[in-house]
Design a binder for this molecule. Structure first.
Ligand code: NAD
Length: 401
């Protein structure tokens, strides 16, 4: 993924006529913090925080707990964060953190100890005006609340602006849980407006009906009645119905820990994840994991639009293949920016000692997303480049102002 991110930056930098030195400056990582966290009982994990750039504001980015977390992945995600914040006009920098642990192998006391030790080790390098971490894959408000408490104990900071993604009762923002899915839906709707497709009936399939994917579908069912959800997957299987699926029903099924492989309803078929990707739909929404579309499966893709809600879900080879074919790809750094936008709104609320109503948060989110999608479309049209190149060009313009 790191190579893909770097080549996106190089390509966009060249389009803007930047020198090699200027491009290298954009790629360069400011600081890397690598350490081990030991929980005893032979449980020791590699921990990371990569701070890519604070040119536009304090470093900002999630913390991932996953056995496959490694330094290159954290570097790629930290770099993407800087470009994401810049592409949507936020005064924030980019960072990412991770621990190579699987929370499923830890009991609750161990998970708390791991989280607190991570915050303790990083405390000198983070803070409301320095670096503000957030949740990511396998981390949640409870974990962030432990980290905030550890940070407070060490520094006396009571603003709670040291982390975002806190629980709502502990300074978290309303609307944060839905923000990434909502933002993706708003950005895609805005793109359709620009291309004159807003009134068209569309079918879509969604890979990864988790937090982001489910909010995208549930909100789309309310606000975009012309978009018909025909397939959705979890990590094991997908459900499909040519006449349409009810997003709210799927959402409540998944919240009760149901598996799509066991889903039973008349007219709904269980299919594989590969079959979902190859469906003849108008739109494929990717909300699961990085490199989901790659050399091995890209030839099967029939969708006309791809919405990248996961980070880096289309490999470079897949992107080149699809772009040549005319597939329109709404790129991750704009499509999934809703989460970091509401994180920024959470920081503002914490610093001002305020707690905004959900409607205000959603309105602000919409304002940022619509503006970013408009800017994206303008650059695509003016420079005759893909939306992804346009997103990186817009980001670089902000980063080199
Ligand atoms: P999640 O864990 O809630 O959901 C992920 C979903 O993908 C689950 O339904 C899971 O079963 C499914 N999945 C996992 N492996 C799969 C596979 N091989 N094939 C098909 N489905 C698979 O995570 P989330 O918070 O919804 O995040 C989804 C993606 O969006 C991640 O890549 C994350 O980095 C990215 N993202 C999330 C946010 C956010 O605010 N949560 C913000 C920006 C980007």
């Amino acid at each position: 993924m790191l190579d893909t991110v770097h080549s996106s930056i190089i390509q966009a930098g060249k389009k803007l006529g930047l020198t090699d030195d200027a491009i290298n400056e954009l790629i360069k990582i400011d600081k890397e913090h690598l350490f081990k966290i030991n929980l005893g009982n032979d449980k020791a994990f590699n921990a990371y925080r990569v701070q890519h750039s604070n040119k536009l504001g304090p470093y900002k980015g999630g913390i991932r707990f996953h056995p496959e977390v490694d330094l290159d992945e954290v570097r790629a995600l930290a770099t993407l964060m800087s470009f994401k914040a810049a592409a949507v006009g936020l005064p924030l920098g980019g960072a990412k953190g991770g621990i190579s642990a699987d929370p499923k192998d830890l009991n609750k006391a161990e998970l708390e100890e791991l989280s607190r030790k991570y915050a303790r080790e990083l405390q000198p390098h983070i803070g409301p005006d320095k670096d503000v971490p957030a949740p990511d894959v396998n981390t949640n408000p409870e974990i962030i609340d432990w980290m905030v408490d550890e940070y407070r104990k060490l520094t006396g900071d009571i603003t709670k602006a040291s982390f975002t993604g806190k629980s709502v009762g502990n300074g978290g923002s309303l609307g944060r849980d839905a923000a990434t899915g909502r933002g993706g839906m708003l950005a895609f709707a805005q793109l359709l407006k620009h291309t004159g497709q807003a009134d068209k009936q569309l079918t879509y399939a969604i890979q990864g009906f988790g937090n982001v994917g489910s909010f995208f579908s549930v909100l789309a069912a309310k606000q975009q009645p012309k978009w018909k959800l025909v397939a959705a997957s979890d990590s094991q299987a997908a459900v499909y119905s040519s006449t349409g699926l009810n997003a709210a029903v799927l959402d409540s099924y998944k919240r009760k820990r149901g598996r799509f492989s066991d889903f039973k309803k008349r007219g709904v078929q269980v299919i594989t994840n590969n079959e979902l990707l190859a469906l003849d739909v108008d739109v494929l929404v990717l909300a699961a994991l990085g490199d989901a579309l790659n050399k091995s499966n890209v030839v099967n893709i029939k969708a006309k639009y791809i919405v990248e809600l996961a980070n880096g879900p289309t490999s470079e080879a897949a992107f080149d293949y699809l772009t040549k074919k005319g597939t329109v790809i709404l790129p991750d750094i704009v499509a999934n920016a809703g989460g970091v936008i509401v994180s920024y709104l959470e920081m503002l609320q914490n610093k001002a000692g305020e707690h905004w109503p959900e409607e205000k948060v959603n309105n602000e989110l919409e304002r940022y997303m619509v503006k970013a999608a408009d800017a994206l479309y303008k650059t695509t049209s003016e420079k005759n480049v893909s939306l992804k190149e346009a997103a990186f060009i817009n980001a670089i313009k902000n980063l080199t102002k």
